[in-house]
Design a protein around this ligand. Structure first.
Ligand code: PLP
Length: 367
């Protein structure tokens, strides 16, 4: 759709991520072309071309795929949601496949693995993804897929990507890295040898809490073709308006991630040592922090006392949101009852620190 070198999704680009976020996925710069890719609402196309039908392709999808592909250093596919992307990956496995996955990961991903095992489609083994020796040991019986999420949602464990991806490659094991928390601004798993990168584009890539969308990125064209086939046949197709919103949000990805990450680091400094906390989880980068309170009640007091930060699930928006994760009955039982996941936004750090500071005092019964 575009011959602009920044927009080809070519794995080796001369541009840096900050530039690619702005330039990739644009129409060719010819007279009277719009700067932005238009939203194409189409269920069908004049026949005998590349697209044919709205479930097979859409020019607005292609623009976002060019942009996400350029940022991650591969070729992307957009899908209806992050979980549609998870489903598409699992749908490429042969029956009886063995999958090694983090015991703490996005709840919906774990649910898909559990249900797939219950239906006899695969066997999954859960590991502590931060325990590199344990993950390597778990790969030993014949393994088909190593599922990595790093940092994990919501436990914030960090995997040793270079070591795990190299070990999997040596053994011929396919790898997928859910890069939703880090974004390609902070971590590009394909550069470390991952076969696939997965995104809930609903989160940081979009950045404005107004669209649900997923993406997969790979350098393996045959694998991309199989995933594209799964998207078409499973019907996991995104709406063009959502795709447009995510592409629009993506333009500021580098700015947003940098600002939110700086806010998160500053908040950790200001919150640490508060008597209401038993632990303050922070992977050392990114915009997600997870204070752990002594019990569910203290965590709920904290969430209920915030005035600026909003009590809402999801993450990655410009606004700060938070929730106690174990309020969800299905959340993994080894996630502490008192863990609150905070998605730090781009508000002024002093306003954020004041709000969360008074909420910490309230949680400690000093409010
Ligand atoms: C939200 C999320 C998903 C699922 O994405 P949806 O867009 O909600 O379907 C997958 N992985 C992680 C890490 C997430 O945070």
């Amino acid at each position: 759709m575009s011959t602009d070198p920044a927009a080809t999704g070519d794995p080796v680009s001369e541009f840096r991520p900050e530039t690619l976020a702005v330039t990739a996925g644009r129409p060719d710069p010819v007279a009277d072309a719009p700067l932005n890719t238009p939203v194409v609402f189409a269920s069908t196309y004049i026949a005998d071309g590349e697209l044919e039908y709205g479930r097979f392709g859409n020019p607005t999808w292609t623009a976002l795929e060019d942009a996400i592909g350029a940022l991650e250093g591969g070729r992307a596919l957009v899908l209806a949601s992050g979980l549609a992307a998870v489903n598409a990956v699992l749908a490429t496995l042969e029956p009886g496949a063995r999958v090694v996955a983090p015991r703490h990961a996005y709840l919906g991903s774990l649910t898909q693995l559990d249900e797939s095992q219950q239906r006899g489609l695969l066997t999954r083994e859960y590991v502590d993804i931060a325990d590199t020796a344990a993950v390597l040991a778990a790969l030993e019986p014949r393994t088909d897929l190593l599922w990595i999420e790093s940092p994990t949602n919501p436990a914030l464990e960090v995997a040793d990507l270079p070591t795990l991806l190299a070990a999997a490659r040596e053994r011929g094991i396919r790898t997928v890295v859910d890069n939703t928390f880090a974004t390609p601004i902070l971590q590009r798993p394909l550069e470390h040898g991952a076969d696939l990168v997965l995104h809930s584009a609903t989160k940081f890539l979009s950045g404005h809490s107004d669209a649900v969308l997923g993406a997969l990125v790979t350098r393996d064209d045959a694998l991309r073709d199989r995933l594209l086939n799964r998207r078409s046949i499973l019907g996991a197709t995104p709406g063009p308006m959502e795709v447009y919103l995510v592409l629009r949000g993506l333009r500021t990805l580098a700015l947003r991630v940098r600002e939110a990450s700086a806010n998160a680091a500053a908040l950790v400094e200001r919150m640490s040592g508060h008597p209401a906390l038993v632990e303050l989880r922070y992977p050392g980068f990114g915009a997600i922090v997870a204070p752990v309170f002594g019990d569910a009640e203290a965590a709920e007091r904290f969430v209920g006392a915030t005035r600026l930060a909003r009590f809402a699930t999801s993450l990655g928006g410009v606004e700060t949101t938070l929730e106690r994760r174990r309020r969800w009955p299905g959340e993994v039982a080894t996630i502490p009852e008192g863990l609150v996941r905070i998605s730090v936004g781009i508000e002024h750090i002093d306003d954020l620190a004041a709000d969360l500071g008074q909420a910490l005092d309230a949680a400690a019964g000093r409010g």
